[in-house]
Design a protein around this ligand. Structure first.
Ligand code: HAM
Length: 419
């Protein structure tokens, strides 16, 4: 191991690339902020039981992928592998559900799964998510899908698809599950997969191996086993999406890797990403609150992967238009200029102008190089003679033109739009 090496399956966000990550987070959050979602932040770890009960004992996430540790005090905690269980726990703890429903929350943060790393699949990754807690209303499911769609469109993405399914509810799922198990038991499957038939048969539908998929021709689909209430609910979600002009594909085999889903489930997949194509996913989880010991609170939500969304932008060749980090770069020549320009830089910043300074006592050549590298539109250069005349030299880095500006006027001049 080299001395400077991030742990396996992780990577650092560093400038200039990190700016795109921030912009993606912001772009996903923007539609949520406009739609009544309040910001929530929960700890990076929780009692392991929350995820075991919430995400599900039979999921890969809980059985294989959680970072579990024991504290010195003897508590068993897990780094959060996802956000939904934590957010619901926090809402219940704060009694938000007693102050009017639905409770609409959004979040952004780091999540941890001990997965086999590959492009687009990391052990530490980043999600922006949204949860609408405590209402059973197809318009809420539609709202969330529309907002994710709008977020992606606002980033300029177009090569993605929305896959939609219904997983039924406690009325219709058990009978379907039994029918599915009957069908699957008649197939030629390996031992691991046979075990899955007992504990989590729906996951077999999601098996990507051609040998398995080939045998699934004619498999019973939940679509044909939905109860009237689920069918009606799903139809309404579909209609609302159609009315909103949001394209989606019905995918009757879509199952998700977390156990809490009921009714609406969906995934955003990007076609330029290879095997890790799911850029986001979510759905309804009407029973989760009760599973973790709360009251009945039918809810719906999603999480979009920031890492994969950035990869999707790269795959589509989209370069976000990011504001320059620095607008003005100050280059002092000599001690007196250093004091005066340093004060001006603080003034500019307070006036809302992004400004930086040639630190480290550089000579003019190195300092102008730094100004160039910063991407600043303007350099403010001053030496003793300038200061004696009460001016600084304002250099337009694009045109190379330079003009003296009164020291007293420089902040106002640079504050003006377009300077
Ligand atoms: P999820 O499908 O497990 O759902 O994760 C959502 C997104 O997070 C994925 O589509 C993917 O973009 C990203 N993601 C997941 N694992 C990794 C990884 N190892 N490396 C990189 N990106 C990853 C959930 O987490 C649910 N909590 C979503 C939800 C919210 N359902 C209801 N509310």
């Amino acid at each position: 191991m080299s001395t400077f090496q991030a742990p396996k399956g992780t990577y650092d966000l560093i400038p200039p690339d990190s700016a795109a990550y921030l912009a993606v987070r912001e772009a996903i959050a923007a539609p949520l902020r406009r739609s009544g979602y309040g910001y929530v932040e929960t700890p990076g770890f929780e009692d392991v039981e929350l995820f075991a009960r919430g995400v599900g004992e039979s999921t890969d996430i809980v059985t294989k992928e959680m970072y579990v540790f024991e504290t010195k005090g003897g508590s068993r905690l897990a780094l959060r592998p996802e956000g939904t269980a934590s957010v619901l726990r926090a809402a219940l703890q704060a009694n938000l559900h007693k102050q009017g429903l639905p409770v609409k929350l959004w979040y952004s943060g780091s999540y941890y799964r001990y997965e086999r790393p590959q492009k687009g699949r990391y052990r530490h990754f980043s999600q922006v998510g949204a949860e609408a807690i405590g209402a059973e209303d197809p318009a809420l499911d539609a709202e969330l899908i529309i907002l994710a769609n709008d977020a992606y469109r606002s980033l300029g993405l177009s090569n993605f698809r929305i896959l939609l399914n219904s997983l039924g509810d406690k009325e219709c799922r058990p009978a379907y599950r039994a029918a599915l198990q009957d069908f699957l038991r008649g197939l030629d499957l390996d031992e691991d997969t046979r075990r899955r038939i007992d504990i989590n048969p729906l996951r077999v539908l999601d098996d990507k191996r051609p040998a398995v998929q080939a045998q699934l021709v004619g498999v019973p689909l939940l679509r044909d086993h939905l109860c009237e209430a689920c069918k009606e609910y799903h139809e309404q979600v579909r209609e609302l999406l159609n009315d909103a002009g949001v394209d989606f594909e019905d995918d009757p085999k879509l199952v998700r890797g977390l156990d809490y889903y009921t009714r609406t489930t969906f995934e955003f997949v990007h076609d330029g990403l290879g095997s890790q194509s799911a850029v986001g996913g979510g759905g309804r989880y009407d029973g989760l609150s009760e599973m973790i010991g709360g009251p009945a609170l039918p809810s719906v939500g999603w999480a979009l992967g920031v890492d994969r969304t950035v990869l999707a932008l790269e795959a589509e060749g989209i370069e976000l238009e990011l504001p320059a980090a620095t607008t003005v770069f100050a280059v002092p020549l000599g001690e007196e200029a250093r004091r005066v320009l340093f004060a001006k830089v603080s003034e500019l910043r307070r006036a809302g102008v992004a400004a930086d300074f040639a630190y480290g006592g550089k000579g003019i050549k190195a300092a102008m190089k730094a100004a160039n590298r910063s991407g600043a539109r303007f350099a403010v250069v001053a030496g003793e003679r300038d200061l004696a005349e009460g001016v600084v030299q304002l250099k337009d880095m694009r045109t190379g033109e330079q003009e003296p500006v009164a020291l007293d006027a420089i902040v106002d001049r640079l504050r003006a739009p377009g300077a």
